[in-house]
Design a protein around this ligand. Structure first.
Ligand code: ADQ
Length: 457
């Protein structure tokens, strides 16, 4: 049977992985693969902050992908990106309303940038395009495109969690903002709980009608569904095997002198639960003296969003915490916490995961958490490491064989660390095999195909 060629894909995201840029994370690769398949356009912020009279739209073509990157002014960067996206939406959607900073000027700036994106994108669109918008920076974009008469099919995917209506209504502009999602044909979220929360918000707070898995707000039918994001499990497994010969991995291995290795890999972000994780590791050493000098904890945490004050505070808090634990327990030949504030190539990370005996993935809240899946994909089948995973990461719903912990429970975290370090080989193999099978089947390719199929052509 001949399938008709799918329509052109247009991806819109705040940051764009540009042609010569090797961005960390599988998402960039997944979007490139999707765009390459049928040809497409990737639109977003150029990453540049300029004076208003210097703003430009940078166009480039690489293979069959067009890139269109728009500069922002410094003021737009402050209100749209730092202000509303990262100091209002990020904490609220991660269930931390007490950290939310709201200002009307920040919301106005956020709406203005979304309108600007729509105005610059609209002339580049064709009627039969499929538009795929990403993440919390661009919630109102679909409605701004509709206001300009764009009739194309539009899908939106939220990478971060979506709290229940009782929490969402803490946002002063909640109705004005969330109603704009009704301009989409499809809204994708990470799991069924998030889909339920959004559907309830639409029906209960906005008075939308429900029709199957869709809501009707005015004329349009907006389908709300879960699409748990994933990784390229085969590629991570391959990279982790290949990394065994690299000098970085060999040096790390040699430096352990036969000790166990626990690993954490996270952007330096307060949603990742790092202070509680550091405290738990210190407490583990206090309560289990037999493990002192027998396990090292390597935490890799590249700084992120350093323009936001809460992130700078987090950084100094962690430095103090690691320093205190190391000061208390270190020996001339052993440091309990190795705290490394930088990025590594994906293949190097895969090598680190492979030689680790335990991963500590303990966010307070996380849309999915790809590190948990990468750790699983990187393990050797004959002697896999154990995964301690927060039950508040989206990944917990898909990886029930992990050691699930509540990051707000200090004793529970300590127990999780001990359970992971002492788990018998047979049990580790069993748990790992189930998780590996799951992520191999539900990989990033399956995620993107499921979303695009639901969006339709
Ligand atoms: P993040 O909050 O960034 O993503 P996560 O899902 O863990 O969280 O993805 C991080 C990615 O960055 C991983 O691929 C990881 O390997 C990489 N990374 C982390 N530290 C690194 C380092 N030091 N060097 C190099 N690479 C590093 C957001 C949401 C998540 C959601 C993803 C995808 O917050 O909940 O899972 O988007 O939707």
């Amino acid at each position: 049977m001949n399938r008709p060629a799918a329509n052109r894909l247009v991806v819109v995201s705040n940051r764009v992985a540009q042609p010569r840029e090797m961005r960390a994370g599988g998402l960039a690769a997944a979007m490139r693969a999707a765009l390459k398949e049928h040809g497409g356009l990737w639109f977003g912020w150029s990453g540049k902050r300029v004076a208003p009279n210097e703003r430009a739209l940078h166009r480039e073509r690489a293979g069959n992908i067009d890139y269109a990157l728009l500069d922002l002014t410094r003021e737009e960067f402050e209100t749209y990106y730092i202000g509303f996206a990262n100091r209002t939406l990020w904490p609220l959607l991660h269930f931390q309303p007490t950290m939310m900073q709201y200002g009307r000027a920040q919301y106005a700036g956020y709406r203005e940038v979304n309108k600007l994106f729509a105005e610059r994108l609209a002339p580049l669109l064709r009627e039969d395009d499929r538009v795929w918008i990403h993440d919390y920076h661009l919630i109102p974009l679909a409605s701004e495109l509709r206001a300009l008469g764009i009739g194309a099919r539009i899908g939106f995917f939220l990478h971060i969690p979506l709290p229940p209506p009782e929490l969402l209504i803490n946002l002063p502009c909640h109705a004005d903002l969330i109603a704009t999602l009704g301009a989409c044909d499809l809204v994708g979220v990470q799991n069924r709980g998030d889909a339920r929360a959004l559907t309830h918000y639409f029906t209960g707070t906005l008075g939308a009608k429900r029709s199957g898995d869709a809501v009707l707000l005015g004329e349009r039918r907006t389908r709300i569904a879960a699409f748990p994001i994933s990784i390229d499990a085969t590629a991570v497994a391959r990279q982790s095997k290949a990394a065994a010969t690299s000098s970085t991995i060999r040096n790390l291995h040699a430096s352990l002198s036969g000790r166990a290795l626990a690993i954490g890999v996270d952007r330096l972000d307060y949603s990742k639960g790092l202070p509680r994780r550091f405290e738990a590791f210190g407490r583990f050493l206090a309560e289990h003296p037999e493990w002192r000098s027998r396990v090292s904890f390597l935490q890799i945490a590249p700084p992120s969003r350093e323009e936001v004050p809460e992130y700078r505070e987090l950084r100094s808090k962690l430095e103090r915490s690691a320093g205190a634990t190391n000061g208390r327990y270190a020996e001339p030949d052993w440091v309990p916490i190795r705290y490394v504030n930088r990025s590594f190539a994906q293949r190097t990370l895969a090598g680190f995961y492979r030689i680790a005996d335990l991963a500590l993935v303990t966010p307070l809240r996380d849309g999915m958490n790809l590190v948990a899946k990468e750790f699983v994909a990187a393990q050797p089948a004959d002697d896999p490491g154990a995964l301690v995973l927060s039950r508040f990461a989206g990944a917990a719903g898909e990886l029930p064989q992990a050691i699930l912990v509540n990051p707000y429970d200090p004793e529970g975290l300590v127990e999780g660390i001990e359970q992971g370090l002492t788990m018998p080989l047979e049990e580790r193999r069993e748990r790992w095999a189930a998780m590996f099978e799951y992520i191999s089947k539900h990989d990033i390719g399956a995620w993107r195909c499921a979303f695009l199929e639901a969006l339709g052509s």
